[in-house]
Design a protein around this ligand. Structure first.
Ligand code: SF4
Length: 211
């Protein structure tokens, strides 16, 4: 368990350096956030934001998606990567929203996880960003950076989520993920982290071991 002052300093420095960090997907409601998050797997948010305006114009709600042919959905999301897979998930997910939830995106974790194509990360994005429940989103950036900083030794996203929830003040759960994701995109890169430019290096286990 890392010492509390270290955790406090990391939270403080992230807030200082990334005060405006937020979800970079563009959405207007829970349905749009859900579809954008499913599309964002193995795809940049920028690319998703290029795809979704036309997608939502054609399919403004789960009813429109569930009435569509999967092949038509594929055409609309072709540039998102893994589009065959994602189109099938989006179609099945929207059908389930229509059949079980009157076309609404549920806030309940179990109901979210029961939707095709929705894993824990996507469920936490919906619950945290749209419904404002306290939760920690664990994506590839959060996994990498939490481990480098020494905030967790775990490799499974579920355990990392649990570790971070134990360590971090609840008020920072949502912002922590947004800030770490921004840090991962700009400084703590996967292959070549820019440690010399990193405001967190004093508190980073990875940096200390490199020296
Ligand atoms: S010091 Fe290096 S490894 Fe540690 S958080 Fe910063 S960029 Fe990442």
């Amino acid at each position: 368990m890392p010492p509390r002052p270290k955790v406090g300093q990391i939270v403080r420095l992230l807030s200082l350096h990334y005060p405006a960090a937020s979800c970079s997907l563009v959405f207007r409601n829970a349905y749009e956030l859900l579809i954008a998050t499913i599309l964002s797997a193995q795809c940049t948010d920028r690319r998703v934001n290029q795809i979704t305006p036309e997608f939502f114009a054609r399919y403004p709600d789960p009813y429109a998606v569930s009435a569509a042919a999967v092949d038509d959905i594929k055409e609309k999301i072709r540039t998102a990567g893994f589009f065959n897979h994602k189109a099938r998930h989006i179609h099945a997910c929207c059908r389930q929203l229509v059949v079980l939830h009157h076309g609404e995106v549920p806030a309940d974790m179990e109901q979210l996880l029961a939707l095709p194509g929705v894993g824990r990360k996507t469920a936490n994005v919906i619950r945290g960003v749209w419904f404002h429940f306290p939760c920690v989103v664990v994506d590839t950036h959060v996994t990498r950076i939490a481990r480098r900083l020494g905030l967790t030794l775990a490799s499974s996203a579920t355990q990392i989520e649990q570790d971070l929830m134990q360590l971090l003040p609840q008020a920072s759960w949502i912002s922590f993920a947004h800030q770490v994701i921004q840090h991962g995109r700009t400084v703590c890169l996967a292959r070549k982290p820019r440690c010399e430019n990193c405001p967190l290096r004093k508190w980073c286990d990875f940096y200390r071991k490199q020296k």
